[in-house]
Design a protein around this ligand. Structure first.
Ligand code: HEC
Length: 115
C-alpha cells in the first residue's frame, strides 16, 4: 500500500513536470504578457529594476545557475513570498493555476541581465 501510493505520487509529479515543460515551450511572449497583466504582476515589478518587488532581470540574475529555481519560483509566484529580498510581502495568487505559475516563472527567469 505504502509503496503503491509512493509510485502513484511519483507518476503524478512526473506528469505535472511534463505538462509544465510542454506549456513552457509553447509559451508565446504575448500569452505570458497577458498573464502578467491578468494577475497584476507589473503593478509591483519592473522588467529590470526594483519597484515594490525586485526587477525581473534581478531575479533572473540571482537564480541563473540554480537548477531548482524554475520549480521554486513557480511555487513562490503562486504561493507568495517574503524575506527573500526584503520585508515586503508578495501576496499569493489563489486563482492562478500551476501551469500559469510555471509559464510566468520561466519568463521571469529568462530575462537578460540588466545593462
Ligand atoms: C503586491 C506586490 C506584488 C505583486 C502583485 C507581485 N509581486 Fe512578485 N514580489 C513582490 C515582492 C515584494 C517580492 C519580494 C518577496 C521576498 O522578499 O521574498 C516579490 C518577489 C517575486 C519573485 C522572486 C521570488 C524569489 O524566489 O526570490 C518573483 C519571481 C516574482 N515576485 C514574480 C511575480 C509575478 C510573476 C507576479 C504576478 C503573478 C508577481 N510577482 C506579483 C511583490 C509583488
Amino acid at each position: 500500500m505504502q509503496k503503491q501510493s509512493k509510485a502513484w505520487r511519483k507518476a503524478v509529479l512526473y506528469t505535472l513536470m511534463a505538462v509544465g515543460a510542454v506549456a513552457a515551450n509553447a509559451a508565446e511572449p504575448s500569452d505570458v504578457l497577458q498573464l502578467s497583466s491578468t494577475y497584476g504582476c507589473m503593478s509591483c515589478h519592473g522588467m529590470v529594476r526594483k519597484q515594490v518587488g525586485p526587477g525581473f532581470a534581478q531575479i533572473a540574475e540571482r537564480y541563473r545557475n540554480d537548477p531548482e529555481a524554475p520549480m521554486r519560483t513557480a511555487a513562490r509566484i503562486r504561493g507568495g513570498s517574503v524575506g527573500e529580498w526584503g520585508r515586503v510581502i508578495m501576496p499569493r495568487q489563489p486563482r492562478m493555476t500551476e501551469a500559469e505559475s510555471r509559464l510566468l516563472a520561466a519568463w521571469v527567469l529568462s530575462q537578460p541581465p540588466a545593462r
